[in-house]
Design a protein. Structure first.
Ligand code: NAD
Length: 289
């Protein structure tokens, strides 16, 4: 299949390479020359504009920083430029409203499109083990699925347009809440005289058990290997967690949802990020307790 790929950064670079490995012909575009050079090394054909990359493409995949960029790229260079009948897959993490707006514009022009944000970081993008949560019509989902399967281990239909983004931000809001709670509990346990490993041994088989504790423990040397064992390097950057929490707070406002715990977690991550910790893994929040 001939696939245009727009946005070859930390995530998109590896995803485009996996499409090539799966036998697809990939036409790549990015504003960064370094990203384009790396894509070329990985077997992509490179283009000087998104519109040119879209010529003759049967599918267009994008992995871009935010909703404003996704909207401008699709309106200027994809809709009306890609052949009639092409299917569009936006894998960026963006706000639900913009995802629905861009899909609406694509559909009005006769295209099918899904929002397909991912769970999993750069290692999963490189290794082809991302999880995709997909919003869009059944027909758009069926066409997008084989393309996504070449880049991931799981592809889940979340419902109509925008529901992929809704699943992503609700999941990440919950992740921030249980990470903050896990940090809090370990810090207090220690102040009360409990050894962290002993607290882990008890809580990980009791009702406080959760993913932040048993798969991603914020305390170094406790639980399976995680970024806390590597000075909080790698993993899921605080700045990216904050991006998702801001999107979650926007969605809470627009849907009139009460999110007192999510709002508190967002405030904690705003402060932590503002103190110069944006590049550290989000589990480093434990240092603030
Ligand atoms: P990145 O900044 O590394 O890559 C984005 C790329 O888009 C850059 O190479 C940039 O040059 C390019 N770009 C920007 N504007 C463009 C335009 N108008 N036309 C073409 N290219 C353009 O970001 P990333 O880490 O790859 O993240 C991409 C998306 O994936 C974001 O929405 C992010 O929230 C999401 N995400 C990232 C991670 C992660 O761990 N990095 C995990 C899950 C989801």
């Amino acid at each position: 299949m001939k696939i245009a790929f727009i946005g070859l950064g930390n995530m998109g670079g590896g995803m485009a390479a996996n499409l090539v490995k799966a036998g697809h012909e990939v036409n790549a575009f990015d504003l960064s020359e370094d990203a384009l050079a790396a894509a070329k090394d990985n077997g992509c054909a490179t283009f000087i504009s998104a519109a040119e990359a879209c010529e003759g493409a049967e599918a267009v995949v994008s992995m871009l920083p935010n909703g404003a960029i996704v909207k401008s790229v699709y309106s200027a260079d994809v809709i009306g430029k890609a052949p009639a009948g092409a299917v569009f897959l936006d894998c960026s993490t963006i706000d639900v409203a913009t995802a629905r707006e861009v899909i609406g514009a694509a559909e009005s022009a006769g295209y099918e499109m899904v929002d397909a944000p991912v769970s999993g970081g750069i290692a999963a993008a490189n290794g082809g083990t991302l999880t995709f949560m997909v919003g869009g019509s059944q027909s758009a989902f069926s066409r997008a699925k084989p393309v996504l399967e070449a880049m991931g281990k799981a592809v889940i239909h979340a419902g109509d347009a925008g529901n992929g983004q809704a699943a992503k931000i609700c999941n990440n809001m919950l992740l921030a809440i249980h990470m903050a709670g896990t940090c809090e509990a370990f810090a207090m346990a220690e102040k009360l005289g409990l050894d962290p490993q002993t607290f882990y041994d008890i809580s990980s088989v009791s009702s406080g058990q959760n993913w932040s504790m048993t798969s991603y423990c914020p305390v170094p040397g406790v639980g399976p290997q995680s970024p806390s064992d590597n000075e909080y390097q790698g993993g899921f950057a605080t700045a990216l967690m904050l991006k998702d929490l801001r999107l979650a707070m926007e969605a809470a406002d627009s849907s009139d949802s009460a999110v007192p715990m999510g709002a508190r977690a967002a405030a904690l991550y705003e402060d932590f990020n503002g103190a110069g910790n944006g590049g550290k893994d989000f589990s480093a929040l434990i240092k603030t307790y």
